[in-house]
Design a binder for this molecule. Structure first.
Ligand code: GUN
Length: 296
């Protein structure tokens, strides 16, 4: 037996192509160009790579990209003033403030200053509340990407047992809300869960988002289950740098029905969903129908 490998790279390319086609139609029929503003404070090397990739992908799908790079010493008032300006700018439909912010800045205050309708990360407290109560919201990109892949693989998710390992605000909690929204029976497990292996083994859908390299092994996977690995961990093995997920791939793939690899699984879906969210925000702002299959 061998699990079907869910190709996140190909899936993300398809999402980007669908976004690009919709953007082209918006331009031609309505004269509207969706715009995404990304704010980076400081010089964190990983954040710089993310922001560069976001800029390139935004341009590639035909959207306008507005990059704001501020020095690491930027004060809160200055950052909030920039967000106010972007909130008021009709050419900007999505705003993303790259995290983590330098320590002297209050991330919650900054994120909650973004107009919830432009909060394409889905981190604003209003969007968190809307998602939690099953109302229309902006949905965090990584869990949205996982949901798209699960819907594609399973069709309907109703009635399936889903276990989400990890309780972060960015992935674990919104992932659980989305699965509940699709009528799964949802368990949120975490590092302190008793009998984690037994809990995981009940899952038809197992989402690993704990940030611990290869923590979920094949013995914890129900035969035939779908395993979604959100982890991206840099480790050293045999003297070489290696990227691994939160799932021990080889042992899990021997048992699972389907599995996402690392790299090439969930990772590429995050930026694709950021673009999808920007398109959705633009359509909503203009009172136009939302893109089909690109929202929760
Ligand atoms: N830093 C790492 N991932 C993310 C993300 O998805 N959104 C934001 N705003 N910052 C990040």
């Amino acid at each position: 037996m061998g699990a079907k490998v869910i190709d996140g790279k190909a899936f993300a390319a398809d999402v980007r192509a669908r976004v690009a086609a919709h953007v082209a139609r918006l331009k031609e029929e309505q004269g509207i160009v969706p715009g995404l503003a990304v704010v980076l404070v400081g010089e964190d090397p990983a954040s710089q790579v993310y922001v560069r990739n976001k800029h390139a992908s935004t341009i590639e799908v035909g959207m306008a990209s507005f990059e704001h790079r501020l020095s690491a010493e930027t004060g809160e008032a200055e950052l909030l003033a920039l967000i106010d300006k972007l909130n008021a700018d009709p050419a900007v439909h999505g705003i993303l403030v790259q995290l983590p912010l330098p320590g002297h800045l209050n991330s919650e205050l900054v994120i909650n200053r973004i107009d919830p309708a432009k909060d394409v990360d889905g981190f604003h407290i209003s969007n968190v509340g809307l998602l939690g109560t099953g109302q229309k919201s902006m949905v965090p990109c990584t869990p949205l990407g996982c949901l798209m892949m699960l819907r594609d693989h399973h069709g309907k998710l109703a009635g399936l047992n889903a276990v989400v390992v990890g309780r972060s605000n960015i992935v674990g909690k919104p992932m659980a809300q989305l699965l509940l929204g699709d009528s799964c029976t949802v368990t949120i497990a975490h590092s302190r869960t008793k009998d984690l292996a037994e809990v995981c083994k009940r899952a038809d859908i197992l989402v690993a988002a704990v940030g611990r390299p290869e923590m979920i092994t094949g013995e914890m996977v129900k035969p035939g289950a779908t395993v979604i690995d959100v982890g991206i961990n840099r480790i050293e093995r045999d003297g070489k740098a290696k990227l691994v997920g939160d799932v021990h791939y080889d042992s899990a793939a021997a048992v699972a029905g389907a599995i996402t690899p690392v790299p090439g699984g969930v990772g590429p879906m995050t930026i694709a969903c950021l673009l999808a969210n920007t398109l959705t925000a633009c359509c909503r702002a203009n009172g136009l129908p939302e893109p089909e299959g690109l929202t929760a």
